[in-house]
Design a binder for this molecule. Structure first.
Ligand code: TXA
Ligand code: MG
Length: 340
């Protein structure tokens, strides 16, 4: 059932539910999480089961503040401390060496742990109250079935897990794509998943150049642990997604006229394209925001809306090749399963 996340009573109930080992739909500024006590192995197992996620794919542990890191991380390199100082609370996850014996199930058995301090006021309130009850950290993957589009509203979470799950409604997530992930276990910062924060801004804040994981360059990363967000075809809607350069859209549409007689197509474009009359009844066009931040905010809700309309294909105009678009481009490539 959906509850008003701003209601202090609902927040208290949520913290108590976490303490009892129950699952909860929790809003964050990035996407909604499926939350449970990170140190309760049974609760963590219930997250994996609900999502249909393999048990060796590690979960992010959410903490109320920077001090919370000390419960889970064995050490914090200087560059990681600088990132924490610059971007927490906020949409940044750091992979740090894990304290032995702590949150092993949440970490998928790895000797590292992903830590994040979210800024959403509802997440903050619940994390602080849960901490006071003895919950040191809250494991929360995105609240979607494994491989599906992440939820950015409380209604999305209900559509994934049904009405029995308690979901705190914190409105539509401001950021709209998952946190940036930086691996801090390799002696230098390595970007595993792009998000709202640009690599430039991260490098500037930590005083070192943030390298791209080779997985983000289209190759296998031998050092990377199994990371579900880095699988091809992650974040995929049911409809088939293609990324198409703006100048090629019209030609592609012409070619499609004969190709798929009954199928329906949705276009998401920054540059409007004229739709041939013969296709007018089965092609819809929606405006894609020209600004990367606005586009990220809308992205997953848009993909879900297209699925709800039962379109067969989604063609998205390729975003500009600019740093601000890194995160959106990454999610679109995965939705189109272009990243191997
Ligand atoms: O914005 C977010 O990060 C959201 C909200 C709810 O906080 N959470 C999220 O969780 O996106 P999830 O589980 O959908 O994605 C977590 C990613 C996965 O790709 C996982 O493999 C990676 O983080 N990860 C977690 N712990 C890790 C670790 N110890 N080493 C490497 N990757 C890790
Ligand atoms: Mg996810």
């Amino acid at each position: 059932m959906i509850q008003d996340g701003a209601d202090p009573q609902a927040q208290t109930k949520a913290a108590q539910a976490l303490r009892r080992g129950e699952l909860l739909g929790l809003p964050t500024e990035t996407v909604y999480g499926l939350a449970a006590d990170a140190c309760n192995d049974q609760a963590v197992a219930a997250i994996f089961a609900a999502k249909g996620r393999p048990m060796d794919h590690p979960l992010i542990v959410h903490v109320a503040n920077a001090q919370g890191v000390l419960h889970f991380a064995r050490e914090v390199p200087d560059f990681a401390a600088r990132l924490i100082a610059a971007f927490w609370p906020g949409p940044l996850t750091l992979i740090l060496p894990r304290r032995p014996g702590v949150a092993g199930a949440a970490a998928g058995g790895q000797d590292s742990v992903g830590l994040r301090c979210p800024s959403h006021p509802v997440a903050q309130a619940v994390l602080q109250q849960a901490y006071a009850l003895g919950v040191l950290g809250v494991a929360a993957p995105s609240a979607n079935a494994f491989g599906r589009v992440s939820p950015t509203t409380a209604a999305h979470v209900v559509s994934e897990f049904g009405g029995n799950l308690m979901v705190l409604d914190g409105g539509a997530c401001a950021v709209g794509i998952e946190s940036t992930i930086i691996d801090c276990t390799r002696g230098a910062p390595v970007l595993l998943r792009p998000g709202l924060l640009t690599t430039q801004a991260l490098s500037l804040a930590c005083g070192q150049v943030v390298q791209l994981s080779t997985a983000l360059q289209g190759q296998l990363d031998p050092q990377a642990p199994r990371a579900s967000g880095t699988l091809a075809s992650h974040y995929a809607p049911r409809a088939q997604v293609r990324l198409i350069e703006g100048q090629d859209m019209a030609t592609q549409l012409q070619g499609w006229t004969q190709a798929a007689a009954k199928e329906r197509l949705a276009l998401w474009t920054r540059t409007p394209v004229s739709i041939p009359a013969a296709l007018a009844h089965r092609v819809q066009q929606y405006a894609m925001p020209a600004d990367a931040v606005a586009c990220a905010h809308e992205l997953f809700a848009r993909l879900r809306a297209f699925d709800d309309q039962d379109v067969d294909h989604i063609w998205v105009q390729s975003p500009p090749d600019e740093p601000a678009w890194e995160g959106v481009l990454d999610r679109l490539r995965r939705a189109a399963a272009l990243v191997r």
